[in-house]
Ligand binder design. Structure first.
Ligand code: NAI
Ligand code: MG
Length: 502
């Protein structure tokens, strides 16, 4: 551990300090192992820019070992053939262990991603355990064999685990998205290979210890940290996987889908968005301004479905803008582990440059700043990747109105009529999530249904209850989404058995 940790070390959980003090290994076939080439990479604390830990850096060889281990576990671990009840018991045990170790996991997540500890312990970590419990319970309530009534035959369909499920996970919600990936695939009886993001591998690697303690058999979950171009690309192209789930940028999503296509492996893509919030003139302006300031600063704006375009009815424009600026100015920017932090740094210097670069490009294209944004200084953390919230306004074809920035930057546009608002929202190439804010619920539903996206919310933004399908359309992805009962079936294959009865 380096100087970051010198600063914080007295406040860190001793278990976290111990975990970070030696190179963190990858987890294959139930063993913590070095990379085949013995290489490591550095994961940083974005709050200080300093090194947090060295992590084994996987390449194609390690991916091959992991897929081999996962295939071996399909045959030998008993996991795919275990009764759903027995798997569910183990998944519940894992969920309980995650809750019991939530403080450790939240500290790791906060350090690695930069997110406020309160958000990690209140959101990311409990979401993981809730997702595991949801799919464990769902899996015991599906019918594995379903009779089919047909003349002259005895027929039924049966469901079996799809095989090896592979996941490539991004850095914005590493642990929550791990849960969204593992919950349905493990409950279905698949074995798994995970490639966490190179910026944020720590919570995914730590939880493998809890998996062993919970009784997840060796080889059922394998974790290979490493870079996208090496480990990620090798996983997507591996012929030994049966399902792929990718969350990240559309640029990489295309490559992953192409690799999977070459092997005819079904792929699920979750690729970000350019979500809009449509604010009608009958809303509680103050409450809505507060909610949207919360949405754009949540996880420092690094949320694929968040409200990044704010369409504001012209009659409430001035009041709404003023109140939003007030709320955004009151958000305290700081280190994720500092007690009063409302918004942490962005995840990396690359991401900080991206956010600042977009603001600059947007302004060059003619956007004006209602709130300028820019790099933020946080005393005591001079090397951290902090940015201030920004509010821009201008033409709908501005780059900042079209492209995903992934930072605390919202683009505001006034509208007069409902049709105009719908047209503006639907200009986006993305289609992940939008919200409509109005006390006229009939109008709110009508508009919500007119906005082309996988998700529509009314008088709220960023809602993810288990059981509600979450996914995108157009540039935001395809493949069935996550979090729904149907997600479980994406990790099961169906087989029909027929016998003539004369
Ligand atoms: P990325 O798409 O490069 O990274 C996501 C994951 O893909 C990481 O695990 C990475 O290692 C892996 N990856 C990268 N190249 C790969 C390849 N050739 N083959 C297989 N896997 C590969 O995203 P990046 O560059 O970190 O962020 C850029 C932008 O992407 C963000 O600013 C944001 O707009 C968007 N993004 C969207 C996310 C979402 O939640 N939908 C999450 C992360 C990024
Ligand atoms: Mg990190």
């Amino acid at each position: 551990m380096s100087t970051t940790s010198q600063l914080l070390v007295s406040r860190l959980n001793p278990e976290v300090v111990a975990f970070l003090s030696t190179p963190v290994k990858m987890f294959i076939g139930g063993q913590w192992v070095d990379a085949a080439h013995h290489e490591t990479f550095t994961t940083r604390d974005p709050g200080t820019g300093e090194e947090l830990a060295q992590v084994a850096s996987g390449t194609a060889e390690d991916i091959d070992h992991a897929v081999t281990a996962a295939r071996h576990a399909l045959r030998t671990s008993g996991w795919p053939r275990m009764r759903a009840n027995d798997r569910a018991v183990i998944l519940h045990r894992l969920a309980d262990l995650v809750d019991k170790n939530a403080a450790i996991l939240a500290e790791l997540e906060s350090l690695d991603v930069g997110k406020p500890y309160a958000q990690a312990i209140g959101g990311d970590i409990p979401s993981f355990s809730a997702t595991l419990r949801y799919y464990a319970d769902l899996s015991v309530n599906i019918r594995q064999r379903e009779p089919i009534a047909v003349k002259g035959h005895e027929a039924y369909s049966a469901l079996f685990p799809a095989g090896v499920a592979a996941f490539i996970i991004p850095w914005n919600f590493p642990f929550l998205l791990l849960g969204w990936s593992l919950g349905p695939s493990l409950a279905a009886g698949c074995t798994v290979v995970v490639k966490p993001a190179e910026d944020t591998p720590l919570s995914t690697l730590y939880v493998t210890k809890l998996m062993q303690e919970a009784g997840v058999p060796d080889g059922v979950v394998n974790v290979v940290p490493g870079f996208g171009e090496t480990a990620g690309a090798a996983l997507a192209a591996h012929p030994g996987i049966n399902r792929m789930g990718f969350t990240g940028s559309p640029e990489v999503g295309r490559k992953v889908a192409a690799s999977c296509g070459a092997n005819l492996v079904p792929v699920k893509l979750e690729l970000g968005g350019k979500g809009a919030a449509v604010l009608f003139d009958d809303i509680d302006v103050d409450r809505t301004a507060r909610a949207l300031a919360g949405a754009i600063t949540l996880n420092t704006g690094q949320v694929c479905c968040t409200a990044t375009r704010w369409l504001v009815h012209e009659s409430i424009w001035d009041e709404f803008v003023n109140r939003s600026i007030g709320y955004l100015n009151s958000v305290r920017i700081g280190h994720g582990l500092a007690q009063d932090t409302g918004m942490g740094p962005v995840v990396s210097q690359k991401q900080q440059r991206r956010v600042l670069g977009y603001i600059e490009k947007g302004r060059k294209e003619g956007a004006s700043a209602l709130m300028a944004g820019g790099a933020a200084d946080v005393s005591g953390s001079p090397g951290g990747f902090y940015v201030k919230p920004a509010l821009l306004t201008g033409e709908p074809d501005n780059i900042c109105a079209r492209e995903e920035i992934f930072g605390p930057v919202a683009y505001l546009m006034p509208f007069r009529t409902e049709e105009q608002a719908v047209e503006l929202v639907n200009r986006s190439a993305y289609g992940l999530a939008n919200s409509v804010w109005s006390n006229d619920l009939e109008r709110a539903r009508r508009v919500a249904e007119s906005l082309v996206a996988g998700n529509g919310w009314i008088n709220a933004h960023n809602l993810f209850p288990q059981g509600v399908p979450y996914g995108g359309t157009n540039l935001s992805g395809f493949g069935g989404g996550v979090n729904a009962p149907s997600t479980l079936f994406d990790y099961l294959r169906s087989q029909s058995i027929v016998r003539p009865t004369g």
